[in-house]
Design a protein. Structure first.
Length: 461
């Protein structure tokens, strides 16, 4: 009887522990809100001073503080940690601001982020410079990239698309005004197409002209053709479309020069203003050019095609160098991109400020995208597992980088968004001959679904 009572008494705690372990695996957000958050806050409050001292983030107390302690008590004076602000819990972690002591800098706190993560038992610690002397610690309680859920409040805007989630639980914005051109690399089934799918649907809701070049017969942008202003599906059509874009860019430069009183003979390279300085009534609509599988534009089968290849590459380089001021932006995608593609490849890559590298098949491909940004970014991209499609390393030529993951968006849903926003496509007369033909959608009468099929069907992941 005593043994039965003992087992019964132990059953409830064991069940609670097992339930907590299951919730932690099945729903990390719920586990964090109920268990992880209180425990992490208690750890932070109890060990804040000692942890900061162990991480070397304390400074000697001021003379006034030493005199005050000696006058009021006999306790020993200890090093002073950064002054801690109010702890603000979030759905994915918690935030706390620190006022740095004299002589400290944000880099000191960032260097100790891994130590703070282990000391407080959280998934990650990220440091943000708020203002001089103040930094914000963002503690993440679980792996937010395992199951992506975009934040509810995102400060987006014109030419800003929240396309992915960062590892610090903030939205990754593709801002064309800040980073005009971007290179997106990724092997097959790495999530590169999902990244572009989210980017296209985000731009489809804005007054932006979308132009596509896909030499794979247009299989990638074909479902979104209703929203595209122009589309080239083979090298021949691309060789006709790219000069038209260059001519459109030159016409926009002429418009800027005429509106601002610049001499007509002034070279384009000497113009420092851009289309955003024009009045809104005269401002041309932005154009975003998507180049999928850029290697197909470089590869040639015979010497006869080399001249056409060189001409197309020259046009791309001109658009990358001068297109931003005219409101023309590039999104260049491929599985591999480097000097071995041919003449002009390295020059084109140097003009692409933004870099997004998904899982690649070799380290050399990662170095092509991120080698000139940070060596640790290359290592992070090489460690992307195959079972996490959409996971990537995003950075720019300023040196900053972070891990991101694109949320899942079905092809049918993306195509429906493009069809619903087709009326928002601006009219660019120069691109009218290249507008893709979109057959009308014929809706079939709904067929009754068997009851057995309804019972066995599951929602798409």
């Amino acid at each position: 009887m005593t043994d039965l009572i003992t087992l019964a008494e132990l059953g409830a705690p064991l069940a609670a522990i097992g339930g907590a372990a299951y919730v932690r695996h099945a729903n990390p957000a719920a586990y964090w809100s109920t268990v992880g958050l209180p425990v992490s806050v208690a750890r932070l409050l109890a060990s804040y001073s000692s942890t900061m001292d162990a991480c070397g983030l304390t400074v000697a107390p001021s003379r006034l503080r030493v005199l005050a302690i000696k006058a009021t008590s006999r306790r020993e004076t200890r090093p002073v940690p950064p002054r801690r602000g109010i702890i603000r819990p979030t759905t994915t972690g918690l935030c706390v601001r620190l006022r740095l002591a004299p002589g400290q800098e944000p880099a000191d706190v960032a260097a100790s982020a891994e130590r703070l993560r282990h000391a407080w038992g959280v998934h990650g610690v990220y440091v943000k410079d708020v203002k001089p002397g103040v930094v914000e610690l963002r503690l993440i309680g679980f792996d937010v990239l395992r199951k992506v859920r975009m934040p509810r409040r995102i400060e987006d805007g014109f030419l800003k698309v929240p396309v992915a989630l960062r590892e610090d639980a903030t939205a990754f914005l593709r801002d064309y005004r800040a980073v005009p051109h971007e290179l997106v690399l990724g092997a097959t089934l790495s999530g590169k197409s999902m990244y572009l799918r989210n980017l296209i649907t985000g731009l489809a809701r804005q007054s932006v002209a979308l132009v596509g070049v896909d030499c794979k017969r247009g299989v990638e942008p074909a479902p979104f053709a209703s929203r595209f202003a122009a589309l080239a599906t083979d090298p021949g059509e691309a060789a006709e479309l790219l000069p038209v874009l260059v001519k459109e860019m030159e016409d926009r430069y002429d418009l800027i020069k005429a509106r601002q009183g610049i001499a007509p003979g002034t070279p384009d390279e000497e113009i420092t203003s851009d289309a955003w300085g024009l009045p809104e009534s005269e401002r041309p609509v932005p154009i975003v050019l998507f180049v999928d599988e850029v290697a197909e534009l470089f590869l040639v089968a015979s010497r006869k095609d080399e001249e056409r290849r060189d001409e197309m590459v020259t046009h791309l380089i001109r658009l990358a160098q001068l297109g931003r001021a005219a409101g023309i932006y590039l999104e260049v995608c491929g599985q591999r991109f480097g000097a071995e593609l041919g003449k002009g490849a390295t020059m084109l890559r140097a003009q692409l400020t933004g870099r997004v590298c998904h899982r690649v098949n070799d380290e050399a491909s990662a170095k092509m995208a991120l080698g000139d940004i940070a060596p640790e970014a290359v290592d992070a991209s090489c460690a992307i597992p195959a079972e996490l499609p959409g996971l990537a390393v995003a950075g720019d030529t300023s040196g900053g980088w972070s891990r991101i993951r694109t949320p899942y968006l079905s092809l049918a849903a993306a195509a429906a968004i493009c069809r619903d926003t087709a009326h928002l496509a601006p009219d660019v007369p120069a691109l009218t001959p290249f507008r893709p033909y979109v057959p009308p959608v014929v809706l079939d009468s709904p067929q009754p679904v068997p009851t057995a099929r309804l019972a066995s069907s599951t929602p798409e992941d």
